[in-house]
Write a protein that binds this ligand. Structure first.
Ligand code: SF4
Length: 191
């Protein structure tokens, strides 16, 4: 149903409620920098596509931010092609599968100025802690998440983040895919 598809008009709200932390991080990075580097564009772009953004919505999503720092001609020349390509509208119609947690956690570690990757794996514990507090995660849950992260249980930490942000009380066992997270969130919200 409509309520389960990601809509461009409500993407800011969705990013706070239904995006896992990695995608929220990328979305907020895009809004802040009006740009994302290659790996970030891929990680977020394939996620929003699989979550339901149409090609037109995706083009508008990226264009709105990127053209705050560059003219439309440059955007169309350098970036729009790749977005259309990822929707199979250009080139050899490759099937671009959105990245799993395993792929995000084990490949392409983020460097300075990067927003991609899994924040549970790559953020310093104190930065992660402050961010979760900013997001109004209760302190006992923050401590539990930090402890899971220290023991390298990133996907269980992600499930805990889901549990507290949705007040689901159930305890999702683990998160294997950012789009699984999104689908479970929508299902939960739609009752
Ligand atoms: Fe994203 Fe997976 Fe990390 Fe959660 S565990 S933040 S969904 S990469």
């Amino acid at each position: 149903s409509d309520g389960e598809k990601l809509e461009l008009a409500t993407i800011d709200e969705s990013s706070k409620i239904s995006f896992p932390l990695c995608m929220r991080n990328l979305h907020e990075g895009l809004r802040k920098e009006h740009h994302l580097k290659h790996n970030g564009r891929l990680q977020l772009g394939l996620f929003v596509k699989a979550a339901g953004l149409t090609l037109d919505e995706a083009l508008q999503y990226w264009r709105t931010e990127f053209t705050k720092n560059m003219d439309v001609e440059k955007f169309d020349k350098q970036y729009a092609y790749n977005i259309r390509h990822s929707y199979g509208k250009e080139g050899k119609r490759a099937n671009y599968t959105p990245y799993s947690c395993l792929k995000i956690i084990t490949s392409n570690p983020p460097g300075a100025g990067d927003y991609h990757g899994c924040p549970f794996k790559y953020s310093d514990a104190d930065i992660l802690q402050r961010r979760l507090q900013t997001y109004k995660i209760p302190n006992d849950a923050v401590n539990e998440i930090i402890d899971l992260v220290k023991h390298q249980h990133y996907q269980i930490a992600c499930a805990k983040y889901f549990e507290v942000t949705h007040k689901s009380g159930e305890g999702t066992a683990t998160i294997n895919h950012p789009n699984q997270y999104f689908v479970e969130s929508k299902r939960f919200l739609n009752g």
